[in-house]
Design a protein around this ligand. Structure first.
Ligand SMILES: C[S@@+](CC[C@H](N)C(=O)[O-])C[C@H]1O[C@@H](n2cnc3c(N)ncnc32)[C@H](O)[C@@H]1O
Length: 224
């Protein structure tokens, strides 16, 4: 039998997805990673990571997927930036060996600015975080600022047509379709190289089977 969710449950789910906190946040982090692992792998595979690259992920959650990225390519320097203290602590613990050897670090963010100097990263990616950006244009410009000229930023999200059917997204999610997200990225100064659209079959954040339309925008920072 399907569980009945109250409006308070839905608010709590939305809040935990946007900023996981405490014990519930740890559980949400595990659920998110299970649910989004395929989407993360697709996004990373499209990033063109090469040996020696500096890589930034915005909103890694519990970062369980990070070891696979480090194993795929030599001499990477990975940084995960998240607004959740709970996720930063989880990700640091789950990747403790890499954190100790200095190839991985997790940094707490204020969600508005990215605490790095201009042109710092070769590659940047984010999966399922754009719904929570408080000032999306400013944040996209921040991402552009810390990306090297010629660098690539992959932005992955589920389409508005799918997201708006989830009962919790009415609580604080900003939803996008292909056109509105492309407008945001070009408005911030990115060149859109490609948009990959796929159907992702997975398990949802409420434990339900899910078939969702996802997209990955491959965005480039001009070298001029
Ligand atoms: C729905 S979870 C997605 C986690 C992971 N990327 C995935 O796809 O499974 C959203 C994550 O982004 C983080 N987040 C939300 N807004 C953020 C922002 N402005 N900057 C960095 N992280 C943010 C949240 O704390 C949370 O860990």
């Amino acid at each position: 039998m399907q569980r009945e969710w109250t409006e308070d449950d839905l608010k709590e789910i939305a809040s935990q997805l946007g900023n996981p906190t405490g014990k519930g946040g740890v559980k949400t982090g595990e659920m998110m990673n299970l649910s989004n692992n395929g989407m993360i792998a697709t996004t990373v595979a499209l990033l063109g990571i090469r040996a020696g690259h500096t890589v930034l992920e915005i909103g890694p959650g519990n970062g369980k997927h990070v070891s696979a990225i480090l194993e795929s390519t030599e001499e990477l320097q990975y940084t995960g930036l998240d607004i959740s203290e709970t996720m930063i602590a989880e990700a640091t613990q789950l990747n403790s060996t890499r954190v100790m050897d200095g190839s991985v670090n997790f940094v707490l963010s204020n969600g508005k600015t990215i605490p790095f100097t201009p042109h710092f990263f070769d590659r940047i990616f984010t999966v399922n975080t754009i719904y929570f950006w408080k000032d999306p244009l400013h944040y996209a410009k921040e991402i552009l600022r810390v990306l090297k000229p010629g660098g690539i930023f992959n932005l992955a999200l589920a389409d508005k047509s799918f997201m708006e059917k989830l009962p919790f997204t009415k609580y604080g999610f900003q939803l996008y379709d292909r056109k509105s997200v492309a407008k945001l990225m070009t408005g911030a100064g990115f060149e859109i190289v490609d948009v990959i659209e796929q159907i992702d079959i997975t398990v949802g954040n409420m434990g339900q089977p899910v078939e969702r339309d996802i997209m990955v925008l491959i965005c480039r920072k001009g070298s001029g």
